[in-house]
Design a protein around this ligand. Structure first.
Ligand SMILES: Cc1cc2nc3c(=O)[nH]c(=O)nc-3n(C[C@H](O)[C@H](O)[C@H](O)COP(=O)(O)OP(=O)(O)OC[C@H]3O[C@@H](n4cnc5c(N)ncnc54)[C@H](O)[C@@H]3O)c2cc1C
Length: 384
């Protein structure tokens, strides 16, 4: 049976509206992909200009309810927006962690005062947020976290350390998890807090990655006072608030189109290269395999989106999608290095991409964790 995965008339009109907007409004420097160093952070000026235009259109938080400044878009409309932004090569998640994760979490669990204070500032792009979950001894086993928050009058006093905190050096606020009851079972003694990064006692130390970039950090807390009004949800119930945020992180599928664009760019480079590259049967086969896999990745993300559109919560399906696309990113990075041969050792876009791809199977839940989810929840196998 043939299945039509194309747009209906209404979806096609919506896609065209997005395309026209990008054509008219996107700053040229956004497409300056030669300046790969530092990724988006290095093109902050152009990204900011673009973000202002997207915000003026009301598209910065498409899935938020209108009463909080969102566009009340359906899952499919939002997907088309993200897909088209990726297709045209402009950043789709310009609101960062603020729009993607803390905003929706506050809409669900925040007090009116917290929504009032933060939501409109997130929408206007006035504040940047970072995520303080991982610690040196708590990554996959996040509930093992040890950063302590002790109640003292109207404040919590925070001591401890976070690690791998993406963008902390640029962030104004952090949403984070801290232990408030060390005697309770580990999932039950955790509280979700919002921390002003300018508070006395917060120290941010950038970490240099394998590729020489500084995208993430260590963050230290030394007697940092956090007003109790900055607690989201109840004390010791932060795990449940925190997993809401993770659900938003894991359902943000947008990389499938990005992967195909990366492949297209590699094909263009190969076409410009010497005939030994273009005509090499091994290279051609590798390209064909990667292209098919990119299409498979797209279908897997369509599956996740169609589940969401039908009110279902993707679980092992999202893990499959994450696992497949992150490993594919690494295979494409490998292909790129093969093309350059010994020149791949020179610091260039290919070698940078190769090194960056290493983290794709760690960030947002490692490959082993995704496989565990697929085995237990997808295949119904017993826990090992
Ligand atoms: C690019 C990048 C950006 C990140 N940004 C952030 C951020 O902004 N904020 C934040 O809080 N964190 C961030 N992280 C951290 C990320 O969430 C963790 O690195 C990840 O959850 C893995 O934790 P870990 O590094 O402690 O490794 P560990 O959990 O110590 O894992 C080590 C190894 O053991 C395996 N393993 C662990 N448990 C199991 C198990 N139960 N079964 C089988 N194998 C297992 C893992 O798969 C892995 O191979 C980022 C990471 C990366 C790479």
């Amino acid at each position: 049976m043939a299945i039509n995965l194309g747009d209906n008339a209404q979806e096609a009109a919506w896609r065209q509206e997005i395309r026209d907007f990008i054509k008219q409004e996107a700053p040229k420097e956004l497409f300056d992909t030669e300046r790969e160093e530092g990724g988006l952070f290095a093109r902050m000026g152009a990204v900011k200009a673009w973000r202002d235009k997207v915000a003026a259109k009301g598209w910065i938080a498409p899935a938020w309810p209108k009463k909080y400044g969102g566009a009340d878009m359906s899952v499919i409309e939002q997907f088309i927006l993200n897909e088209e932004f990726a297709e045209q090569g402009v950043p789709s998640n310009v609101g960062g962690f603020g729009v993607m994760m803390i905003g929706p979490t506050l809409i669900e669990h925040g007090t009116e005062e917290q929504k009032e204070e933060h939501l409109s500032r997130i929408l206007k792009g006035e504040v940047l947020w970072c995520q303080g979950y991982s610690e040196p001894g708590a990554g996959s086993d996040l509930a093992a976290l040890q950063t302590r928050a002790v109640r003292d009058g109207d404040d919590y006093v925070l001591n401890g350390q976070k690690i791998w905190t993406t963008g902390a050096q640029f962030s104004d606020w952090m949403y984070m998890l801290a232990r408030t009851d060390p005697d309770a079972p580990k999932h039950r003694g955790i509280t979700y807090l919002l921390v002003d990064m300018k508070s006395p006692g917060v120290t941010v130390r950038p970490l240099t990655t394998l590729s020489g970039q500084q995208t993430f950090n260590e963050v230290f807390f030394e007697d940092v006072r956090v007003p109790a009004k900055n607690r989201v949800g109840e004390e010791n119930r932060g795990w449940y608030v925190g997993t809401t945020t993770l659900d938003f992180e894991r359902s943000s599928i947008g990389s499938a189109v990005g992967i195909r664009k990366q492949l297209e760019s590699l094909i263009r480079q190969t076409e410009k290269g010497p005939a030994t590259f273009k005509n090499n049967p091994q290279t051609r086969l590798e390209f064909a395999d990667r292209w098919i896999e990119a299409e498979v990745g797209k279908m897997l993300s369509y599956r996740v989106i169609s589940m969401q559109a039908n009110g279902l919560i993707p679980n092992h399906e999202a893990s499959m999608c994450k696992l497949f696309t992150s490993e594919l990113q690494q295979r494409i990075a490998n292909l790129s290095m093969h093309l350059f041969g010994m020149h791949g050792n020179v610091r260039n876009r290919s070698s940078m991409g190769y090194m960056q791809a290493v983290s794709s199977t760690i960030a947002g839940g490692t490959t082993e964790i995704q496989k565990g989810i697929m085995a237990t929840r997808g295949l119904g196998l017993p826990r090992g």
